[in-house]
Structure formats: structure tokens, C-alpha cells
Write a protein that binds this ligand. Sequence first.
Ligand SMILES: *Cc1c(COP(=O)(O)O)cnc(C)c1O
Length: 352
Amino acid sequence: MSRYWSKLVHSLTPYVPGEQPKINNLIKLNTNENPYGPGPKVIDALQKEAADTLRLYPDPNSDSLKQAIAEIHGLNINQVFVGNGSDEVLAHVFNALLKHDMPILFPDITYSFYPVYCGLYEIEFEEVPLTDSFEINVEDYFKENGGIIFPNPNAPTGRLLDLNEIERLLQQNSNSVVVIDEAYIDFGGKSAVSLVKLYPHLLVTHTLSKGRSLAGLRVGYAVGHPDLIDALHRVKDSFNSYPLDRFAQAGAIAALQDQVHFEENCHRVIKTRESLVVSLEKMGFEVLPSGANFIFTTHSKYDAEFLAGKLREHLIIIRHFKKPLRIAQYLRITIGTNEECQSLINALNSIL
Ligand SMILES: *Cc1c(COP(=O)(O)O)cnc(C)c1O
């Protein structure tokens, strides 16, 4: 029936998200969700929304949510944009700010949704190779471009780029927008949001899916100069007036106002990450330094795909990317609870 498809649809190669298994007893270390749930204040706020008011549309502009985000970062509400997950925010970013005559730049190993958005919006891109140690060298981006985007920490490597390096890039590159995707910044990194007031061409995106334990609610946001935010609103209001429903807005506000629960959970994840790295290294794994809630690791004696398959037999799922070839021997493992990580170590002990 594909003769009914548009030409664009024929050309698309959609993103494939990590598996959400229908089986219950799996240990799920494959999609970087937070192992700890949202706090009771979030659950209360959601329960309050389950009411007669659901017959009414939500606030199309999510003003209260934007206010809560602005307060956390010491910004104005006109410097904040919200969307249905940061994936939707990113889609609008590509359409509104990264679609120009010159190709945009992003790392050769990075979030694999970026080339997908380029396909959807017909944006040319150039992949800039990471260094041999899987790091971003900002000098590789010192050239003419239609825009620059990368996650910090990068995905799926977990490697964190120093804020001074991001500032150096912003100073060298002022003719196009620089987007820093901070999906994982809550796990120990320094946020580039502090640079937003200084650089009108900087846009920083965040998600509530990882650090704030709300992947199921679908809330993400971007902060930047009001002119950049205005562009995103123009695209959003040409696409969907109500991307965030009443639950998403209320739950996100409650989550942002419970800083204690959030910081405790992130801290627990960081501690587990540190002990998991020690255990894996003892077993002969090489682990890249991680600033995220996952690690990227390889073993010199065991094939990565083999290990991923064996772990699955032990009911543990992790992520293995066959491509690009450069990372085919690496495994990306989400940091779970201490118990889940202990099960992982036990399973690996029996496999190796
Ligand atoms: C998870 C992730 C996102 C998307 O997060 P959502 O808000 O759940 O859509 C964006 N960028 C990177 C690098 C991610 O890993």
C-alpha cells in the first residue's frame, strides 16, 4: 500500500527505541530509566488531576510549569520552552533552529535520534568523529555550519565535556545555534544553563525522564534566549497546541518542586555507578568514565553481542549497538538499584 505514501515517508529511517518488554520479571538496564520512582508529592498531584476538570483542555502554554522551571534555573518564563518529552522539544529544535543552508554538525557516536530528525526535516548533517578515547574535541567543530548539537554527557558513551570547553565552542561559533542536550546532566555534570544569559545562540535541553524519574509522563524542556524560545513556540503552535496534558503539567511541577527527593535519587544512582564500575573492572571490563546514569563498557576477551545475549538468558536486558562498528564491542548498561547491579555482577560471574 506504500504507493499511497508521500515521497518523504519513503525516505525515512525511523528511530528504534530500546525494548520495553512485556515480560514482568526482567531486570531492565536497557533504556536509562531511573530505578527509583517519583516521590509521593508527584503521585498526589497526579491523583488530584484525575477529576472532572479532565473535560477541559489543559493550559496550552504550560505557564505554571514554565514558571517552575524558570525558578529552578533563575531565568524568566520567556526563556523556557516545554514539550512532550525532550524528544519532541528536540524535533522542534531541528525544525526551528537547525534547518539552514549549511549542514549541521554532531558527533559520529551520539544520540541516534539526531540523524532521524535530519531525515524528517530534510536537514543535511556532518558527523564529526569523537577522539580515540571517545571524547568531543570542540576544535573539530570550529568551521562553518548550520548549527551544532550534542548531548553532555554524550550518549551512549557517558563521557562528560568540561563546561569551559563548551564556552570555548560558544565563543568560536557565534553564527549558528549550539544545542547542548543535557538529558543526563543530573548525574554529576555541570550544566550549561549558567551560560544561557551570556550566549544568545546557546540552547540547553533537559528531560524529566531520567534524573526526575518520570519517563512515563513525557516532559522535557529547553532554555535559551527569548528569540530562540519564540522560534520553538512558532513551530509548536503550528503543530500541536496542547502537547502536555493536565497530568504531565501537574506531575512535572510537583517533581520540580521536590528537590530533596530528586537529589537523593541521583546521589544513590551515582554511588551505585561508582561501585558497579569497580566490580566490572575487577572482572576485566574496561569502562569509559561516565557522568550519566549508565556506563559504556567493553571486555577484551568476550564478544559484546554474546554477552548481551547471555545476560538476556539470565533475564537481564542491556543495550548493544551493532553500529557504528567502532562501538560494536561495547555494551551500554543502565545503572539500576544496588540489588539489580548485584544480579548483573552475579550473572556475569557465571557467564565469564
Ligand atoms: C533519553 C534522551 C532524550 C529524550 O528524553 P525524553 O524526554 O524521554 O524524550 C534526549 N536526549 C538524549 C541524549 C537522551 O538520552
